[in-house]
Design a protein around this ligand. Structure first.
Ligand SMILES: NC(=O)c1ccc[n+]([C@@H]2O[C@H](COP(=O)([O-])OP(=O)(O)OC[C@H]3O[C@@H](n4cnc5c(N)ncnc54)[C@H](OP(=O)(O)O)[C@@H]3O)[C@@H](O)[C@H]2O)c1
Length: 321
């Protein structure tokens, strides 16, 4: 079948190991389902996979794509939940120490078909297109859990989103706005800040700018480049929710400020299947149209991944069949 895959790990030149080609048709073991993929989205995780980060060398070649939407054999439309747990695991899937994401052990979604455990699909609401459904499983689910499960924020409070145009950032802006938060956003360029404003940000700032007042919670996926700013922007007792470190680990932990002002630092990763179903329902009920900046055929995955590597994003990048 057609597939876009990483042939081998390449730490220095990740796109060099990208292949747009053919992989064997997957088998469907008992307890699993095949999904005919209609759309999938690009995530930073795909670049990590090409670099060989978070995946064992013997797992290559690996089809990329951590999320997606498509149809089951009987034609029913579904969104894929990409957190794969050990058989028999019950409860919060993200807490299974042996969980994997699609593309770590299981082959990913940049292909004609993907095979996942039966429990890893949820019905796609009619109001969401396949492209919109495809962005939900990773970036949007991560943003949903950060905001609604981990932050403790209430409507009316102020949230700071670090980064304006990324997949997780744009999801945080749209979800926060729909839920009645006051949404403040930092962005690296005027264009990116303008996008955040279009998506509902109440105010936008240059990266690292001093804010007019301190915020109740900061949302971090950037790491090193913005961590100190996040900590310094918090009210006493405020919360930083962190789910990524794109620019690397923070140099200064800011420990003195954290304990003296009694801040909470909360880690967050992906989300549960129930949270994915709730996210889909919330988007439907609130009329949220997830921001998709670029839509390309899967055969042009190289351009899509290059755009993400260059930081050339305006919301999610979606690949369609
Ligand atoms: N833990 C999880 O489950 C999980 C799930 C999804 C993603 N993640 C992680 O979250 C991170 C973001 O993922 P994504 O898919 O949203 O990536 P993305 O679409 O490429 O977005 C990257 C974001 O980071 C910002 N950024 C990057 N470098 C920066 C710098 N030097 N200074 C300021 N801002 C910078 C960008 O801000 P501008 O808009 O201003 O350019 C942009 O908003 C990645 O590290 C990813 O691995 C984790």
């Amino acid at each position: 079948m057609f597939a876009v895959y990483a042939a081998e790990p390449n730490a220095d030149d990740p796109l060099k190991s990208l292949v747009v080609g053919e992989r064997p048709d997957p088998e469907v073991p008992a307890g699993h389902v095949a999904v005919d993929v209609q759309a999938a989205s690009v995530n930073m995780h795909d670049l990590w996979t090409l670099r060989g980060v978070g995946i064992k060398p013997d797992q290559f070649p690996m089809i990329l794509g951590c999320d997606g939407a498509g149809t089951l054999e009987d034609g029913s439309p579904v969104v894929i939940h990409s957190v794969i747990v050990t058989p028999g695991w019950t409860g919060d899937e993200t807490l299974d120490p042996k969980r994997t994401l699609l593309t770590e052990k299981y082959q990913g979604t940049f292909a004609e078909r993907v095979v996942v455990p039966e429990r890893n699909v949820v019905p796609k609401p009619e109001g969401l297109s396949f492209a919109e459904g495809a962005v939900m499983g990773t970036a949007w689910l991560t943003a949903y859990r950060m905001l609604f499960v981990k932050s403790g924020l209430r409507p009316g409070q102020t949230m700071l989103v670090q980064g304006a145009s990324g997949g997780v950032s744009t999801a945080l802006i749209q979800l926060g706005k729909a839920a009645g938060m006051r949404v403040w956003v930092t962005g690296r360029s005027e264009d990116k800040r303008a996008l955040a404003a279009e998506l509902g940000a109440d105010a936008t700032f240059e990266s690292g700018a001093r804010l007019p007042e301190r915020v109740d919670a900061a949302f971090e996926t950037v790491g090193k480049a913005t961590w100190s700013h996040s900590i310094k922007s918090l009210k006493p007792g405020g919360t930083v929710v962190v789910s990524g470190a794109t620019s690397g680990d923070a140099d200064a932990g800011e420990l003195q400020r954290i304990f003296f002002l009694q801040m909470r630092i909360v880690g967050s990763t992906m989300g549960t299947k129930d949270e994915l179903a709730d996210l889909l329902a919330f988007c439907q009920q609130a009329g949220i149209k997830p921001q998709i900046g670029t839509e390309l055929p899967m055969a042009e995955a190289d351009a899509a991944l290059r755009a993400m590597e260059d930081g050339d994003t305006a919301g999610k990048i979606v690949l369609t069949r």
